[in-house]
Design a protein around this ligand. Structure first.
Ligand code: MRU
Length: 334
């Protein structure tokens, strides 16, 4: 695997980094079983909206190859169904699976089917890689030399098939020789910031400081942040954005302190059928992710806990959208 690559297609199998074990262990899984991919998506071994879409498409392709000559249509449709039901918020999942399903319905020839599905999945992967590179270039244009950037969750190469979305802007700015520094929110409960963003930034030699999520507003009040860039799991037609829980409170704090708040995402994260943020399905995860931390129980037995994985940032709090087409200051529908 290349140093900045989360997933690939090798010898008719899907190979990916199991993000559940990072940063302690860099484990690579190689599989031709869509169940392994679906379980990894559910358990956050494969995560980040763009990567979830790519992984699901590859999961469909691998099923078509595996069952070639054994009525693959039926198996492939079962895989699509199973993958559809892994996580509800990232629209990239449904965007990718719908494209795969359309081909399954159209093509009757078995041999042709696996070839077409593999090509389509690889096209989705390559396409995401290209979108990330463009997002990185546009995003970097917003980052001045000496900037302190605030971010949440993980939006780097682990979260996409390319170099990332919000973190792609950071990678680009660093590669262009800008002297930058990132404040990474740890991102409770599953610590994507502490485990994954810190791991990526450390490996890339980009200066950063890890903070607890609740420290962000204080840093903004002390003028320590120049801009905030986050990713997105789904952007509604009115420009409301669902992203990792905590994104909304960061947006409110940025607004209060006049700090620009950008959302970096490819167009595959936009859901034109969804009118506004209140219609975006937000995933609720198991309470034990809150009552424990990295497998260790931290709350008394039977503590009631609520675990929304995402929240919605109203479009009025967003300074701009960094996409593969450029920077949009306002969403088209507004
Ligand atoms: O629950 P996760 O880790 O899949 O949540 C991921 C995020 O919220 C990311 O910010 C988003 O998917 C964009 S990743 C480029």
């Amino acid at each position: 695997m290349l140093p900045r690559q989360s997933i690939e297609w090798v010898d008719d199998k899907v190979r990916f980094i199991d993000q559940r074990l990072l940063p302690k262990k860099l484990k690579i899984i190689e599989t031709d079983d869509w169940h392994v991919i679906a379980n990894a998506i559910k358990g956050l071994g494969l995560r980040g909206a763009p990567l979830i879409g790519v992984a699901a498409a590859l999961g469909v392709a691998v099923t078509a190859v595996k069952y070639q000559g054994q009525n693959p249509q039926r198996k492939v449709l079962t895989a699509i169904d199973g993958l559809y039901n892994t996580r509800p918020t990232a629209v990239n999942l449904f965007w990718a699976l719908d494209q795969m399903k359309e081909l399954v319905v159209q093509i009757e020839d078995e041999k042709k089917l696996s070839k077409v599905l593999v090509n389509k999945a690889l096209e989705i992967l390559e396409d995401d890689r290209n979108r990330c590179s463009k997002i990185g270039k546009y995003g970097s244009s917003l980052i001045k030399d000496g900037a302190n950037i605030l971010t949440v969750c993980n939006t780097g190469f682990l979260a996409t098939a390319g170099i990332g979305t919000a973190l792609a802007a950071v990678y680009n700015a660093h590669d262009e020789g800008k002297n930058i520094h990132v404040y990474a929110c740890e991102t409770r409960p599953l610590l994507q910031g502490a485990r994954l963003t810190a791991w990526e930034l450390k490996n890339a030699g980009i200066p950063f400081t890890l903070i607890v999520d609740s420290a962000a507003a204080g840093l903004l009040a002390m003028d320590k942040i120049d801009l905030c860039i986050i990713g997105a799991d789904r952007i509604a037609a009115n420009g409301d954005v669902a992203n990792k829980v905590g994104s909304y409170q960061l947006a409110l704090a940025c607004k209060e302190h006049n700090v620009p708040y950008y959302v970096a995402a490819p167009e595959s994260t936009m859901d034109w059928e969804c009118p506004s943020g209140s219609q975006i399905p937000l995933e609720d995860r198991e309470p034990d992710e809150v009552t424990s931390c990295i497998g260790k129980k931290i709350a008394p037995d039977d503590t009631p806990a609520s675990n929304p994985a995402f929240d919605v940032v109203p479009t009025k709090l967003i300074s701009g959208f960094i996409t593969e087409k450029g920077i949009m200051r306002e969403f088209p529908e507004n």
